[in-house]
Write a protein that binds this ligand. Sequence first.
Ligand code: GDP
Length: 296
Amino acid sequence: MFESLQERLGSILNGLTGRGALSEADVSAALREVRRALLEADVALEVVRSFTDKVREKAVGAAVLKSIKPGQMVVKIVHDELVDMLGAEGVAIDLNAPAPVVVMMVGLQGSGKTTTSAKIAKRLTERQNKKVLMASLDTRRPAAQEQLRQLGEQVKVATLPIIAGQNPVDIARRAVQAAKLGGHDVVILDTAGRTHVDEPLMVEMADIKKVSSPHEILLVADSLTGQDAVNLAKSFDERVGITGLVLTRMDGDGRGGAALSVRAVTGKPIKVIGTGEKMDGLEEFHPKRIADRILG
Ligand code: GDP
């Protein structure tokens, strides 16, 4: 991932590190290239602007230009600003609430909600010793509830028994109730998606939120959709309120723009990333690691 951005930024900045004295013009020329590379990686324009402004402000200071290795200092400034833009510290899924803690997964159809629900459930069960219950609230896609049931079997996590014909809000209520009775620590609600954001979807999400009081509302977005993922996060946050994001398909050859913009635009942290179709294809999001990778 980030291959093209990594190569572009890596070579621009490598060009600086070998040099002794830098002039303001050198920094400006490098930043023009940085700007171009970020735009090509589908980073939002407003984010690119504020990023290059911040780097310029710090890099053009006399202390940097007159330092012994000014190029390396500029590279460090770019690195630190990238980390800042990605969200400085990684933020884990927050389960710090009375049990059962409800985690609601939202997003468009095909973004990876069901897969990610099962991956998260597996991880919480295996690594944090949590008793997890998953429930599919997707009554639109005929096989959706069955898909989650099968994944639950695969990762050895309980799923709410399916009652044909029940509506999403009632399933959500039943899931929370069942988790209380069953002594579950966490309930993961896998909601239905649509092909695009529309009013009925938002109303449904708001209704589910009302009856289940989720502690986390995670928007699952496909990282390969770039700017669309950013706009999606904005709309969901405005209408439903999200607490964080999951970016899926980070194993694909995306240009990395979604990851770089989404935090800056929405202010919401990327909590985990999907890195494959398999059930262990889930990683915590480490801004510093991603920045290191981008800079090569
Ligand atoms: P939903 O409609 O949002 O529930 O999406 P699904 O969970 O059914 O996922 C749609 C497809 O994307 C499935 O084929 C998944 O295996 C695949 N998928 C989900 N997450 C990832 C990921 O991180 N990487 C890759 N390569 N594929 C993924």
